[in-house]
Structure formats: C-alpha cells, structure tokens
Design a protein around this ligand. Structure first.
Ligand code: GDP
Ligand code: GDP
Length: 441
C-alpha cells in the first residue's frame, strides 16, 4: 500500500510550503478537489523511487475554538486516514498554545507522528530542541521548507522508519491482510455516480466466484474472485461490504482512499454519471489516474431512461472533454439494470494485457527504426537528433526507453508521434504509454 502522510499544524507554520516542495516536480497532479475537501490539498510524490501521498490538512487553526471544534471534520479525517502525521511547528514563533492543543490530540492517536520544527534557517538549534521537546512527541526534526534544508533526512526518518513494518489490525485486533489475485481493478468516481451499484453488479455476474478471504486495508475492501475462470481482485472504494468506522459518518467518499486504490490497481474503472457529465472533480481524479499511469476504462453510468437526443449530446460532450484520455475505452452502462456491465470486462482484460505487455528489445528497436525512417526527428543546432535503439523499461504503464543523442531536444510532438506509433504497431489499448530518453549530446 502507498503510504499517506498528513501535514498538520497551525496556520503559517509552513505546511503548504512543505507540501509544494514535496510535490514540486509533479505539481500538475496536485488536486484541490474543491467542494469535497474544502481547503485540503492532495499530492503524489516519491522518495527513493517509492510513491507516497501527501495531504495538506490546511484547516487546523489550533487557537480560537477549542480542540473538538477544530479537529472535527475534514482535517480530522485526514489524520485518521494517514499512516503518518508530520506535525509542523514554527521554530521562529516558538511553542504556542495552539501547538500544545494539537500535540495533545496527536498523543492520543495511534499514529506515527513526527514532530517537525520548520523555519530552522536563522534559528538556534539547541533552543528549538529544548522548546519543542516539551510537546511530548519526542525530539523535533529541524527543517527549512522554504530553503529546502534537511528535507531528505526528514523523509528518510519518516518513510524508512521500522515502526511502519508493524502489521495493521482492525478494531478487533485482527490483522488486515490483502491477498490480491489476478488483475487488480479499482472502481472509482465521485459520490453517487453508482460505484457500489456497479461493484455489486460486477460481482453478481454470471460465473463469478467470490472468494471468502476479502481483505481490508484502511477502509477499501479487496475482493478476490474469478470470472470465467480468470482471477481478479476488485478494490472497492465505495464500501459495499464495509463495517462502520468513525470517519464514515463524516464523509463516505474519501480522496485518500481513492488515491490509494488508483496507486494499487492495475486497471481503473472510472465511473461517470451520464446525467451530470464530466465535472471539475472528475477531471482532478482522472488527472491522478493518468499521472499514476494506470490502465483506464471509463464507465458512463445511468444510461438507462435517457432520451436518444440527450444520449447523442452526452456522447459528444464526453468525447470532447475526455480528449486527454482518448486511449481509454468508453462504455455506456446501467449498473442498476446490468446492461453493458459484462462488456466492461472485455476492456479491462485488454487494458491489463496492454499494460503488462512484454516486448523484446530487438522488436522495440525495429519499431523505432521504422518510425524514424518514416519520419525523421528534427535538426538541432545543425545536427540531427539520433535515436539508436529502444527497450521496454517497465510495465503498467509500459515505459519505452529510447537511446540516442541530443535526446533532451526531442520535441514533445515527436515523442507523441513515437508513442502513437508504438501504440498502433503493438496494438496497445486502454493504457497510457510513456516514452523516455537516455543518452547525451
Ligand atoms: P501554512 O499556513 O502552514 O500552509 O504556511 P505557509 O506554507 O503558507 O507558510 C507561511 C509563511 O512561512 C510563508 O510566508 C512562507 O514563505 C514562510 N515559510 C515557510 N517555510 C519557511 C522556512 O523554512 N523558513 C522561513 N524563514 N519561512 C518559511
Ligand atoms: P456511489 O456513491 O458511487 O457508490 O453510488 P451508489 O451505487 O450508491 O448509487 C447512487 C444512486 O444512484 C443510488 O440511488 C443508485 O440506485 C443510483 N444508481 C446507480 N446506478 C444507476 C443506474 O445505472 N441507473 C440509475 N437510474 N440509477 C443508478
């Protein structure tokens, strides 16, 4: 599972500065899923090649309203759902009453909590240690978010902490184990688009054998099953079979849960409500799917009971708005009545197969050579860009590593041309493809 790290602290301690620094190279996918989350921000980041999710909880004020009020709602949920909490304090401001209140709350939670003293630039390290150790959360790790000081050692202390290796348990102390088999499918989408209805349909299909050992991680459910003798694991974010948990009452839909399901899936079924079309929140969530490179099938749900004219309009509109996810199959279904649900599996299987494809280097190079012959890369500074050979550098998504000279100057349009060529020749459908370059000038 991809770890989730929540940034917590009073206003102005530097949470958003740290958030931006951790997610900076990937700021395109920082989602402010407004409406659902108010002022929370979510981002994907990685450390030593391993992805993690970072959440800026924004809303905790600490001082004025008393802790119960402050902690209620969204920020509380973010803390509950996180694996680790980075509790930020301001080295320049010193320890405040607000810090004390937040610390008191965090001490009671069974969370990996790390005390982070920000703004150490220009502050006295010994004074910081003495001051903040009194919060009862151990010695602070000093950083400067704005100057980028000590960020990597902090990440090392947090993400490589052995304490994380403990097995998670449910509220009865039963270990939570996930034994996924076959293709991992995540069904995601905004609230009320019909995810639970679809999950039930998919599991209720003819010749579906659902195994007993469904596992829970935090509050997504992993349901292993077979359909036509093919193994799958459905990652259910909608909570079809979920038992009650504290934060459920606050918010059924959870961005964190959705992000984790995306990260952990092979194929995402993205559910859209035909009657509402694509709204901003859909685009944010889709942005995460694309950034994670997951295979994708789009299910336009509630297709029942729509007038023909309306259907035509919705189709055109969806195709226009989903132009950036053109590789994904679009299905018009009714989860309620079951129509179109069987066909989804065809696309899921194809997308999975494409995402996991294995092609020998020799074949990859042949395709490159043909593409280059057909269409030469441009000249740069009087020299032509040379692309020499290619190999498959990864799967789900397929990563095509192209070796050559002056590769830093390959225009985006040429990269797209290569992507499209590989997609066409290898008949890859339902998965994004990434072309990356290696080589010098
Ligand atoms: P948030 O309200 O906790 O999200 O805090 P912000 O990230 O908005 O930061 C509040 C202010 O502190 C801004 O003016 C930042 O530029 C400043 N700041 C953040 N990190 C540092 C730091 O490491 N050193 C210094 N000197 N200022 C910082
Ligand atoms: P979730 O929040 O995404 O899990 O959505 P639910 O599965 O709980 O569905 C939300 C509402 O939409 C419920 O009232 C469902 O009965 C309804 N619904 C789900 N699928 C369909 C569908 O295909 N057609 C119609 N007309 N209603 C549907």
């Amino acid at each position: 599972m991809v770890p989730v790290i929540a940034l917590v602290g009073r206003p102005n301690v530097g949470k958003s500065t740290l958030f931006n620094r951790l997610t900076k190279s990937r700021d395109a996918i920082v989602a402010d899923v407004s409406g659902l989350t108010r002022d929370r921000q979510y981002g994907e980041a990685s450390w030593q090649g391993k992805p993690y999710i970072v959440v800026d909880t924004g809303g905790i004020t600490g001082e004025e309203a008393g802790l119960d009020m402050i902690m209620a709602g969204q920020s509380l949920q973010a803390i509950e759902e996180a694996d680790a909490v980075l509790f930020l304090v301001d080295s320049r401001a010193g320890r405040t009453a607000g810090d004390e209140l937040i610390a008191e709350h965090l001490r009671k939670r069974n969370k990996h909590t790390y005390l982070i003293a920000n703004k150490i630039d220009g502050a006295d390290p010994d004074a910081i240690l003495g001051e903040f150790s009194k919060l009862g959360l151990g010695a602070p790790i000093g950083i400067s978010a704005s100057h980028g000081r000590n960020i990597n050692p902090m990440l090392d202390a947090v993400l490589n902490d052995e304490a994380w290796d403990q097995v998670a348990t449910d509220e009865d102390g039963v270990p939570l184990v996930v034994e996924a088999i076959g293709t991992k499918i995540a069904v995601i989408g905004r609230p009320n688009v019909g995810k639970s209805t679809l999950v039930n349909r998919m599991l209720g299909e003819d010749r579906v054998v659902v195994f007993d050992q469904a596992g829970t991680t935090r509050d997504s459910i992993y349901i292993p099953y077979e359909r036509h003798d093919k193994p799958y694991t459905l990652i259910d974010t909608a909570g079809v079979r979920r038992r009650g948990k504290v934060f459920e009452a606050i918010e059924k839909f959870s961005v964190i849960k959705t992000l984790q399901a995306i990260q952990d899936a092979n194929v995402v079924i993205f559910v859209v409500d035909a009657r509402e079309g694509i709204v901003e929140q859909d685009l944010h969530l889709l942005g995460f799917v694309l950034e994670a490179g997951r295979a994708l099938v789009i299910a336009v749900n509630k297709w029942d009971g729509m007038e023909n004219e309306e259907k035509e309009f919705v189709k055109t509109e969806l195709q226009r708005r989903l132009i950036f996810a053109q590789f994904a199959d679009l299905h018009f279904i009714s989860a309620l009545h079951g129509s179109g649900v069987g066909l989804l599996y065809k696309s899921v299987d194809k997308a999975f197969e494409s995402a996991m494809t294995k092609i020998p280097t020799r074949r990859m190079t042949e395709i490159l050579e043909d593409a280059v012959t057909e269409h030469q890369p441009p000249m740069v500074n009087g020299r032509r860009i040379k692309l020499r050979y290619a190999h498959l550098g990864g799967s789900n998504p397929p990563i095509i590593i192209v070796h050559g000279n002056q590769v830093d100057s390959v225009p985006r349009s040429y990269t797209r041309y290569l992507e499209n060529t590989y997609r066409k020749v290898l008949k890859l459908a339902g998965t994004p493809i990434r072309v990356e370059y290696k080589g010098g000038d």
